[in-house]
Design a protein around this ligand. Structure first.
Ligand SMILES: NC(=O)c1ccc[n+]([C@@H]2O[C@H](COP(=O)([O-])OP(=O)(O)OC[C@H]3O[C@@H](n4cnc5c(N)ncnc54)[C@H](O)[C@@H]3O)[C@@H](O)[C@H]2O)c1
Length: 352
């Protein structure tokens, strides 16, 4: 058997262990080292997987034979650490959001071009069977003319969650609140399925938590293809309700609830004629999942992450491009930064 790809993880908090589990589930991947400023966290994760712990990235890069490093630190540190990894000649996978400012993202893209290594950014829900199916149907133009796309994220995070790390809910390191941290997954899916966003108008507020950034946000969107859309998101909706992504066109509609396809109706598959007043969804599946991340950030399955790590291995082997590369990962951040700007100046913002 070919030698396994050797992985390192930087940041052993909530999401670092999910990556460790994902790597362990892949036959051609091996976790060899972990890094955390907190030596106890590094030691704990390292001992579970027989990896070598470090407290500083540079020490690890200087001493370990590693092919791919995964950055799982607070979001505002992603750029600096990812650039350090790329300059050492290793491939890098960065947790979402890619970074929290345009300047930091531009620098990451510049260093990636300069070094020629692979750069991937986690957006694991692009790998869900439901979103892939809807994306394929969009590519086939099965929804006809897209008219409306909505992303609804009515989640709950307690004050203890925000107090559990001094970076959470800060502009400097979280880069925002419910939009930049929790909703970026849904915003990425919405723009991936509906197409690029042309302009946004948003409102944001902080109504429930003691934090700098927003815990509720709404935005109206115009897509470049002429369709309209909305984003409605909060971490103040107790006890947390599942995410909805809704795609509507004049030849079909799809609803993704809690990462699964809960409704799909396409004109091309019709057996009965739809009347002037439309069809009623006959079999909308009830989706109840007490273990979803709408309530608990640690209730994450590692399977989406494993698919994305496997995609990085494929990209290295084929000398290809990861499915979610740095250019793809820039879009949702650009939309979110534009919503923040719109909320600040109370005007529509046209995306660059
Ligand atoms: N894809 C997902 O579904 C998902 C879920 C949760 C978090 N995330 C993302 O993962 C990142 C981390 O989130 P978290 O909830 O795991 O945070 P966390 O606070 O639980 O963990 C971050 C860890 O990074 C360590 N750290 C900080 N600076 C460091 C440095 N310079 N070098 C090494 N270690 C350092 C901290 O000590 C901490 O243990 C964030 O960007 C977040 O947006 C993604």
């Amino acid at each position: 058997m070919a030698e396994k790809f050797r992985f390192g993880i930087v940041g052993c908090g909530v999401i670092g262990p999910v990556h460790a589990e994902a790597i362990a589930s892949l036959p051609d991947a091996q976790l060899v080292t972990v890094v955390d400023l907190d030596p106890k966290k590094a030691q704990k994760l390292a001992s579970q997987y027989g990896a070598t712990p470090y407290t500083h990235l540079q020490q690890m890069l200087d001493h370990e034979r590693v092919d791919v490093v995964i950055i799982c630190t607070p979001s505002g540190l992603h750029g600096e650490l990812a650039c350090q990894v790329m300059r050492s000649g290793r491939h890098v996978i960065v947790e979402k959001p890619m970074e929290i400012s345009r300047e930091a993202i531009d620098e990451m893209l510049r260093v990636q071009q300069e070094t020629g290594v692979k750069l991937a950014v986690i957006s694991q829900h692009r790998f869900d069977p439901a979103s892939r199916q809807v994306h394929d149907l969009v590519e086939e133009k099965a929804f006809g003319r897209l008219v409306l796309g909505n992303a609804i994220v009515p989640w709950w995070r307690s004050q203890e969650y925000y107090d559990s790390g001094d970076w959470r809910g800060t502009w400097k390191l979280d880069g925002g609140g419910v939009l930049m941290n929790q909703s970026i997954h849904s915003i990425d899916l919405l723009q991936w399925l509906m197409g690029p966003v042309k302009s946004v108008f948003g409102y944001t507020d902080t109504l429930v938590h003691r934090m700098e950034t927003e815990d509720v946000a709404v935005a109206v969107l115009r897509f470049t293809n002429g369709a309209l859309g909305t984003i409605a998101a909060t971490t103040g909706a107790y006890p947390g309700v599942t995410t909805h992504i809704e795609i509507f066109g004049d030849k079909g509609s799809a609803l993704i609830e809690n990462d699964s396809l809960s409704f799909l109706h396409l004109a091309r598959d019709e057996k009965e004629k739809v009347g002037a007043y439309g069809a009623t969804p006959k079999e909308r599946k009830e989706v109840v999942d007490a273990g979803s991340t709408s309530q608990n950030p640690a209730a994450l399955s590692a399977s989406g992450h494993a698919l994305q790590i496997a995609d990085m291995i494929r990209a290295i082997r084929e000398n290809g491009t990861p499915i979610v590369d740095g250019y793809a990962a820039r879009h949702p951040v650009e939309i979110i930064l534009s919503i923040y700007e719109s909320a600040r100046i109370c005007k529509e913002v046209i995306l660059p």
